[in-house]
Design a protein around this ligand. Structure first.
Ligand code: MEV
Length: 318
């Protein structure tokens, strides 16, 4: 029996979440330490495609109405890839096992990574490679089912797997990275529902445009500063931009006591900068750490109540 394996990694947003929904730029990086992995093999004739979601202990099948949101977005990924790789042909008979080490609903791109891994795995099993932009478009469609009106940054970074400068409506750019960026992520253990935090910002923006508009503009300016800092290898300047970004996110109302506690602990332990990452109101924070500082940072985050920590390094571009 031939088993085809494929994977996709998680992501963190270094600068610009929420403002990116309103057309400002944002910078996101892949987190290869956490991945969604799929295994695909041929199933008995007439089976259709069965997804075995091991972490959820659930099975979903093409042609059957999925009973929950997880089933809907995973089967949407299946539908999307079949449309790309064998349009108009009968559904193949496959079993697709899915496992992921990316925590769900923590702002680390778990949904986008699962969709990308499913699409990559099915396409590879059928002997076809999906171009990156097509893969990203089909993952975006599944993100819409999960999050309502996503900006498109998660599917972009998960599919291109490099540090990316993203602005809605423009071609995403792989970023020039001058020196390694060591990151430590702290998970509050509190679910972060992107659709809810995006809706919260939207309500505030509609009711208080004069207050919220300048916050979003300010975030956009910090992202531009962050880009120069990354290109020049000026990590202290990047850290300052992250700290300032966190202040503006707090003013937008998307931080939380748990996030603030972990961010404070990271700074006390010497982080060059720290902020929430993703939708906020729970989920994860990310700290930029000086070389060799990861162990100390992880210990500090755990002592401050982090549910989990992840160390990740963004390598310089060649
Ligand atoms: C989600 O990872 C980041 C947000 O900016 C929403 C989005 O861009 O779709 C909060």
């Amino acid at each position: 029996m031939t088993v085809t394996r494929a994977c996709a990694c998680g992501k963190a947003i270094l600068l610009g979440e929420h403002a990116v929904v309103y057309g400002h730029p944002a910078i996101a990086v892949p987190i290869p330490a956490r991945t969604a992995v799929v295994e695909v093999w041929d199933a008995a004739p007439g089976t259709g495609i069965v997804i075995v979601a091991h972490d959820l202990n659930r099975r979903y099948r093409t042609g059957c109405l999925p009973v929950d949101q997880d089933g809907r977005f995973m089967l949407a990924a299946v539908g999307g890839v079949l449309q790309e790789v064998c349009p108009g042909r009968e559904c193949p008979d496959l079993e697709v096992g899915v496992r992921s080490t990316i925590p769900i609903a923590r702002g680390l791109g778990s949904g986008a990574a699962v969709s990308a891994a499913i699409a990559r795995g099915i396409a590879a099993h059928l002997g076809i490679t999906i171009p990156q932009d097509q893969l990203s478009d089909l993952v975006f469609a599944t993100e819409c089912l999960l999050h309502g009106t996503p900006s498109g940054i998660d599917n972009t970074v998960v599919c291109c797997e490099t540090a990316v400068w993203f602005q809605r409506g423009q071609e995403p750019e792989a970023m020039t990275v001058d020196r390694p960026m060591l990151l430590v992520i702290g998970d509050t253990g509190v679910p972060s529902r992107t659709s809810e935090s995006v809706a919260r910002v939207r309500r505030r923006w509609e009711s208080e445009p004069a207050a919220v508009g300048p916050l979003l503009d300010g975030i956009g300016e910090l992202v531009a500063q962050g880009r120069s800092a990354i290109a020049e290898g000026d990590l202290p300047a990047l850290g300052r931009a992250m700290d300032h970004n966190q202040e503006l996110l707090q003013q937008l109302g998307v931080s939380s006591p748990e996030l603030d506690r972990l961010i404070g602990a990271a700074r006390e332990a010497g982080a060059l900068g720290a902020k929430l990452s993703g939708g906020g109101m729970g989920g994860c924070m990310v700290g930029l750490v000086a070389p060799h500082g990861a162990d100390r940072m992880e210990a500090a985050l755990r002592a401050a109540g982090a549910h989990d920590t992840i160390v990740s390094q963004v390598e310089p571009s060649v």
